[in-house]
Write a protein that binds this ligand. Structure first.
Ligand code: FAD
Length: 564
């Protein structure tokens, strides 16, 4: 059997290696139009930031090593130009010699990836304006920094790559402005969770501009660049990284008449077969099924690309492996913070009109009494009827991705929040608490489902009616002195039982504390003392304050720009 593979990085290299392990007799030819195969795209921002210092560290495999270990005919600088499905052959351009030639296939696997999304705005091709996808892109950015010694950078787009680039450019000593068209960074998070990152980015010295996009770039007489924003304002800079997402590179497939899906991605079945049973496609170029909704979506991540390459190779070799949908589990380093998520976020649930409830907690990553414990913010989305896990997000300093990975595993196996309560997870004081944060999320969600506590959320506060609703701050006096929610009366939890007569029985009582634990205890006290309409603020003042502070910081940023 002769198998041709187009694209030699995540999906393509995975498929090639797996295929060889399954079929020693197959003839495997891997075409890569660039100079490198199997390189660490995910490490590129860290090379620019000098965290990864050696070029060779980015190369996971060389063509020679791949040939020797796997007996794969690796052809770099070889671009597949077209597919002749009837003749079962491809046309290849050898960029080394400039010659074009044909190769026949029995099976063809496409893994051409995605391309940085560009915008139809002026100045995209100016020197100093870059996108980042490949090793050559990386070297171009590094050379520019080394030679021109830019003092300032604007990163357009605050997705994963944008945030990583902002951090790494700052680490290289540049002044960095991060511009994002929506109201938050990292779209896989909800805005409330993203606010923790907003504060952190600002605290680290990044100027964060939200709700504005780039409208064009122009060069200035002194060699610097002018970035015009969609609201008419402008920023002077020396370097621009344009990172507003990626689009599937499906030209080959489209020209060959293969069925396309969302955003011109390639449609595939569970075995990664395209509409032509002899052609497979994997990685960023394919449309995938969302594990939660069952709907088609695009989730360009390395994990799915690698696994899909494996599934395609399995199927080519006669195995019935399937790829069963994507959760979008993702993790991001933001200086010394980590943000991670899995499943659907609240925005997607609303958009898809899926029933959900949510709970927020702020646990410590390990036992309080053991030195070095840090707090994280966690959000769990679940079906309030059957407890099915719909998605989870966490932001913090330590142990964040471990918790999201546990929840991602549980979700993949169809678990409910009742299962999260029961999970037996490793514990010793330096690592966790006897009730792990994942258990705690289960407890709080199940408390809500069983009616042990009714919760309200930070965004409900604005709708409270002072004639009917009473906000009660149950934190200690010291905690509430620096700030509280306007209109709240203050009764510390420890005094609550003795001061019940201060609370009106005919009003709805909205309790809050720092993170939601003491207000839950207070709610239990009040309910067992005859109060019927009692609510506890999920995520507590910590989350409320983060969102309010974010809006204040943004307003301050807006008025600073308006003054300029
Ligand atoms: P790619 O890995 O992009 O490989 C496609 C290859 O096909 C390219 O080398 C291209 O040159 C070649 N090709 C295209 N057309 C042809 C043709 N006609 N002929 C021959 N060759 C062709 N994902 C994560 O999960 N975590 C991360 O932290 C993360 N960080 C990232 C950071 C950066 C800067 C980038 C760019 C991506 C990151 N990703 C991350 C995404 C991840 O790298 C991709 O999801 C993954 O590489 C997709 O694999 P792929 O095989 O579909 O495409």
């Amino acid at each position: 059997m002769r198998v041709l593979i187009v694209g030699g990085v995540a999906g393509g290299a995975s498929a090639a290696a797996r295929l060889r392990r399954l079929d020693e007799a197959a003839e495997i030819i891997l075409f890569e139009k660039g100079e490198y195969i199997s390189y660490a795209n995910c490490g590129l921002p860290y090379y620019i930031g000098n965290v990864i210092q050696k070029r060779e560290k980015l190369l996971l495999q060389t063509p020679e090593a791949m040939r020797q270990r796997f007996n794969i005919d690796v052809r770099i600088r070889s671009e597949v130009l077209s597919i002749d499905r009837t003749g079962k052959k491809v046309l290849v351009r050898d960029h080394g010699s400039g010659n074009d030639y044909e190769e026949n296939y029995d099976k063809l696997i496409l893994s051409p990836g995605a391309e940085p999304r560009r915008a139809a705005i002026d100045g995209m091709d100016l020197p100093g304006v870059f996108t980042l996808r490949t090793i050559p892109d990386t070297y171009r950015i590094c050379d520019f920094i080394d030679q021109k010694k830019p003092a300032r950078a604007v990163v357009v787009g605050a997705g994963f790559i944008g945030v990583e680039m902002a951090e790494n450019l700052l680490e290289r000593g540049l002044e960095v402005t991060l511009v994002e068209f929506t109201d938050q960074v990292v779209v896989s998070l909800d805005m409330d969770m993203a606010t923790f990152l907003h504060h952190h980015l600002r605290m680290k010295g990044i100027e964060l501009i939200l709700r504005k996009g780039a409208a064009g770039f122009s060069s200035r007489p002194d060699g610097s660049l002018l970035v015009r924003l969609t609201d008419g304002s402008a920023i002077n800079t020396d370097l621009v990284i344009f990172s507003i997402g990626v689009v599937p590179d499906s030209r080959l497939a489209g020209n060959a008449g293969l069925e396309l899906g969302l955003n011109n991605s390639i449609k595939v079945d569970r075995h990664m077969r395209t509409s032509d049973p002899d052609i497979y496609a994997v990685g960023d170029v394919v449309e995938v099924e969302n594990l939660v909704t069952g709907q088609p979506c695009l989730i360009p991540l390395a994990g799915p690309a690698n696994k899909q390459g494996r599934v395609a190779a399995d199927h080519v070799s006669g195995r019935g492996s399937t790829f069963d949908g994507v959760q979008g589990s993702a993790v991001l380093k933001v200086f010394d913070m980590t943000a991670a998520s899995t499943g659907l976020n609240e925005k997607q649930l609303k958009f898809d009109k899926i029933r959900y409830a949510k709970t927020y907690i702020h646990p410590l990553d390990h036992a309080d009494y053991y030195p070095g414990a840090t707090q994280m913010a966690m959000k769990l989305l679940f079906d309030p009827e059957d407890g099915k896990i719909l998605g989870a997000q966490a932001v913090g300093f330590q142990g964040v991705e471990k918790r999201i990975d546990v929840i991602a595993t549980a979700q993949r196996l169809g678990a409910t929040v009742m299962d999260l309560e029961k999970l037996e997870l490793t514990y010793a004081p330096p690592y966790s608490s006897a009730k792990d944060p994942v258990n705690m999320l289960g407890f709080t969600a199940v408390n809500m489902m069983r009616g042990d506590v009714a919760v309200f959320h930070y965004h409900d506060v604005a709708d409270l009616d002072p004639n009917r609703d009473l906000l009660v701050d149950v934190r200690s006096k010291e905690e509430s002195l620096p700030g509280s929610i306007a209109g709240a009366v203050h009764i510390p939890l420890e005094e609550l039982r003795d001061r019940l007569d201060e609370l009106p029985q005919d009003r709805r009582i909205y309790l809050f504390c720092r993170v939601g634990r003491r207000s839950y205890i207070a709610a239990r006290i009040l309910e067992q003392n005859g109060f019927t309409e009692v609510f506890s603020l999920s995520g507590g003042y910590e989350l409320y304050h983060s969102v309010v502070l974010d809006q204040t910081a943004e307003n301050a940023c807006l008025s600073k720009e308006e003054q300029q």
